[in-house]
Every structure is written in C-alpha cells, then in structure tokens.
Design a protein around this ligand. Structure first.
Ligand code: SF4
Ligand code: MG
Length: 335
C-alpha cells in the first residue's frame, strides 16, 4: 500500500529535575494506507509518547519534540511549531483512549459530543448532525440510538462508552485512527466485540490504524505490521506473521514466549528478569543488555542499529551483525 504516515527519527524528551528523559529516542516507521500497525512493548517503552507526539499532545513545557519528522499525507506535522496537527486533529487523525470517561465530557449528552465534530469539521447543520449522530450510535452497535442520543455519559456502561468514543473518533471519517490500549479496561467478551467493531469499520472506511497495546493477542488478531519498542527505540519490526513465527530480537522472543491470550497484559506475564531501563542518561549501549541472556562485550560498549535480516524484517541486535556465528546458534536453539 501507499504510505499514509511516516515517523522519521523522532525524538521526544521530557526535561525533569532528575534529568532528561528520552522517552522517544530516534523512532522511525511507516503506516501504509489501510494498514493496521501495532506498537508493542512494556509500559514506559515510549509507545504512547510516540502517538501523543503525532497528536500534538505532548505536555509543555517539560515535554518537547526535539528532533525528527512526522509526515502525514505528504506534510510534516511538526513544521511551524506543529500547526498542521491542530488543523488535522479530530478530523483526518483521530484518537481513542483506554478510559473513555476521561475523554468524554460529563455535562454534554452523547449526541452533543457527536454533533460537535460533525458541525465543526464536516460543516453539517444541527439537524443533519443530529441525524448523523443517531446513525453513528447505531453503527457502533449501541441499542436504542434514538433515546441514547440524549443520554449523558454516566448513564452508559464502560463497553457502551468505548463504542461511543469510537463513533466520535470515526464520525468525521479520519484517514488514521490512533487507538491507545482501546480495550485494556474492558472485560474479555466486550474486548472481543470492540475489536470486531474496529475491524469492520476499518474495512468499511479504508482507514489506517495505529494500535498501541501490551496485548499480543490483540496484535495477532488486528495488526498487519508490528513495531516492537524498547527503551524509547524500535528494536524490531516485521509483518505480523514473520514476527510471530520468527521473532529475532531476544526481547521480542521473551515477549512471545509468555504466550499471552486475549485480555492478558504482557507487563504482568513478562518472564525475562529485570526492569525496563530508566530512560534517564542512557549511554550508547544496547538498552536490553542487562536483561539479555545473549549479552556480549560489544552489547555494553556499542549501540546496535536496526538492520534488515529479511526484506521486510529488521532488528537492532548485535547477534544479527553480518557474518556472526552467534546468529546461527541462537537460530538453532530456537528450533
Ligand atoms: Fe542481547 Fe546484545 Fe542483542 Fe542487546 S545487542 S539484545 S544485549 S545480544
Ligand atoms: Mg501507555
């Protein structure tokens, strides 16, 4: 598919009293038209900050995008101090969060919250916007749309609210939906329904999805491409099948070994000992070296770069340095 969006060497830092937190430290990947790209990793690896950078939602003044580009539809969103983001947000790029209650307005009805973007971005008149709002409530599978259009958020269940969030995000027909842990707060049955809904709407609208998740079960069901992040960097990326069949980075192998099912969170299952590195003052080493069973001398003195091992599969790990014998022995021990 053609490219819809591209992150190029993105750096987003937070300036704290303890030091500079390099939450996103040189992240590059692309999102194809109509593709679902999953950003995977433990809490604190930089997934959400990557997405928030695209949405222009990095909290100032502590947080700052200090380098790189985010291209969307041929335009660098970061130019002019991020002005293009403000034009496109909620319209061409929309986002849904884990907690619908925190992003819905408690004093406005469901209908009003749907009508607002329809009137602002699609310039519908009030009556048309209301009809369209009812239609969207129906489309996301919420019953009694005619009545619920006048209900307030507290009158709906968590699963219903998540559907309403999806309706609000999609009603202006965005080209890209960013979904940050969209089902983590929901019980397993509702999760599966919401994922089904997202898949159906993706096919219907042709939108791309940037899916942020801990949950490899969700990745397996939803993603075309997988980007694995660790310590603010991309350490492996591949289409979903090669990544699950032949994970190359020791971290990815560890994530997959825990074989989580739908609804389980990787950060609770994760079996590799040790902690996610503090992103303060990291030296140029492999960030995974103190948790890696294959760590070598070079891992603690030089940072591995992403290199292609297959056409669409790249990994940042010294084991895959060209001509390395270690590659073969690790590969063999996998089988
Ligand atoms: Fe392990 Fe070295 Fe690869 Fe890092 S570069 S993941 S320490 S083998
Ligand atoms: Mg997060």
């Amino acid at each position: 598919p053609g490219t819809l969006a591209e992150f190029k060497d993105l750096h987003t830092y937070f300036y704290t009293e303890q030091g500079i937190v390099k939450s996103v430290n040189g992240v590059s990947f692309r999102i194809g038209e109509g593709e679902t790209v999953a950003l995977v990793g433990e809490s604190g690896c930089g997934k959400s900050v990557t997405a928030l950078s695209m949405m222009g939602l990095i909290e100032q003044p502590a947080g700052r995008i200090v380098g790189g580009e985010i291209i969307f539809d041929g335009e660098n969103l970061l130019r002019d101090g991020g002005k293009p983001v403000h034009r496109l947000r909620g319209h061409e790029i929309a986002m849904i969060f884990q907690e619908p209650m925190s992003s819905l307005n408690p004093v406005l009805t469901i209908g009003e919250q749907l009508m607002e973007p329809l009137m602002e971005h699609l310039h519908l008149r009030k009556k048309e916007a209301r009809a369209e709002a009812v239609e969207w409530i129906r489309k996301v599978g919420v019953p009694r749309a005619e009545q619920l259009v006048d209900a307030y958020p507290h009158e709906l269940s968590g699963g219903m609210l998540q559907r309403i969030m999806i309706a609000i995000a999609l009603c202006c027909r965005p080209k890209l939906l960013i979904a940050d842990e969209p089902t983590t707060a929901l019980d397993v049955t509702i999760q599966a329904q919401i994922l089904d809904l997202l898949r159906t709407l993706r096919v219907e609208t042709g939108m791309s999805i940037l899916l942020i998740t801990h949950d490899l079960g969700v990745v397996a069901e939803m993603a075309d491409q997988v980007i694995v992040m660790y310590g603010g960097q991309v350490i492996e990326q591949a289409p979903v099948l090669p990544l699950f069949r032949n994970p190359q980075h020791p971290y990815t192998q560890g994530l997959l070994k825990s074989r989580p099912r739908l609804g389980q969170r990787v950060d609770r299952l994760y079996a590799i000992p040790g902690q996610v590195p503090s992103p303060i003052g990291l030296a140029s080493i492999c960030r995974f070296s103190d948790r890696c069973e294959y760590a070598m001398e070079i891992c603690r003195t030089r940072e591995p770069e992403n290199r292609n091992t297959e056409k669409d599969h790249s990994v940042a790990c010294w084991l895959y340095e060209e001509g390395s014998d270690i590659v073969r022995s690790v590969g063999a021990s996998q089988r």
